[in-house]
Design a protein around this ligand. Structure first.
Ligand SMILES: [Fe+2]
Ligand SMILES: [Fe+2]
Length: 171
């Protein structure tokens, strides 16, 4: 009979979080590529930056699972959603962050009740980071709602300016 791991519940929660982080990383990377293609410079960079932050969560969570002597289930929890409107994309990022925050708060509380203080703190720290992501996405969503076409036009201007600058450098 396989020996039971006293941290199994923490390991299951960590694996669930791992799946969410993998899917979120890919979702944001997808937004990065489509926004870059559309010439929305700032949004494309933002998506890339936050995608990398989520990827670092993957690494961090996997390391914790291994430390607890669990198995790492390195699989996405959902397939990338092919949304391509800026407003719809930002709405999706806000709801993803909010649901991750809710989950991590709950997991943090449960791990604390089971005396796994390190995993408890890890979920707490990640939740704080997801709140910062949510704050950033909310600001962009609000800008998009308030300024719409103007907001997008400004991004395209910034993009053209950068293209002009870099082609000048190459001359
Ligand atoms: Fe994350
Ligand atoms: Fe996040």
């Amino acid at each position: 009979m396989e020996q039971t791991n006293k941290y199994q519940r923490s390991i299951d929660r960590l694996n669930d979080a791992l799946g969410k982080e993998i899917s979120t990383t890919l979702q944001y990377l997808y937004f990065h590529t489509i926004f870059e293609d559309a010439g929305y410079e700032y949004l494309a960079t933002l998506m890339r930056r936050i995608s990398i932050a989520e990827m670092q969560h993957i690494e961090h969570i996997a390391e914790r699972i291994l430390f607890l002597q669990g198995r790492v289930d390195m699989n996405p929890s959902f397939r990338t959603i092919q949304v391509d409107g800026v407003r719809e994309a930002l709405e999706l990022t806000c709801s993803l962050e909010q649901s991750t925050i809710d989950t991590y708060n709950e997991y943090s509380r449960l791990c604390s009740g089971e005396d796994d203080t390190i995993t408890h703190r890890m979920f707490q720290d990640m939740s704080a980071e997801e709140e910062r992501h949510l704050d950033t996405f909310r600001t962009e969503l609000q800008n998009m709602i308030d300024y719409g076409a103007q907001y997008l036009a400004l991004q395209s201007v910034a993009h053209s300016r950068n293209v002009a600058k870099s082609s000048k450098k190459e001359e």
